[in-house]
Design a protein around this ligand. Sequence first.
Ligand code: TYD
Length: 222
Amino acid sequence: MSSGLFLSFEGVEGGGKSTQLRRLEQHLRDRGYPVTVNIEPGGTAIGKQIRRILLDAAHGHLSPVAELLLFFASRAQAVDEVIRPALAAGHIVLSDRYTDSTLVYQGVARGLGASVVRTLETVACRGVGPRLTLVLDMDVEAGLARARARNSQAAHSETRLDDESLDFHRKVRRAYHDLSAEEPARVILVNAAQHPDAVFVDILQRVEPLLAPLSLPAASLE
Ligand code: TYD
């Protein structure tokens, strides 16, 4: 149906996924590929408003089911407005988190169950999902320390999920490992404790084989 390529980045807090995503974006653009970036939650104007509700540290009383539906609401908007059109136009779509986040955070760590996540996925995503998912994996305590240092510097209030217990974040990490064992061809664990340059080498090694079948726009082939 689509001619593009959908890649997602996932991982525990502080694993550096957003930095690596930007690096890959630049690398691919330099090589002439058209790239579209989606950020979840919040890849659209409507999604940004939903993000504010979801991540505001003052919303400690947000119900788990409301949280689940809001993540999918943001995603459904991004699928229609950003991801589907970009794939149809032959772009490489890089998504900073996608449904795997909902599966591990809400489905497993929050305990809502995988089946409800899968059901909502069919409604919200309608078959649009990543070909490859890079999970930036590291020890959760080290990752949280990085994330909290960053949060305190920027003095922002988007910390509702970072503020969850260590046990919650350990469940998230374990769930990513389980997912990778279930879908080894798609979900790849990348050691995020390495130097960022080494992390990027690992990422490129996984992405490279998927680029060959993509046709570059004519101008960039000259
Ligand atoms: P993100 O902006 O990626 O934050 P970070 O860079 O700190 O990881 O994600 C915000 C938070 O939202 C993060 O704690 C993970 C959580 N999240 C979910 O719980 N479910 C979801 O479906 C998504 C997309 C994110």
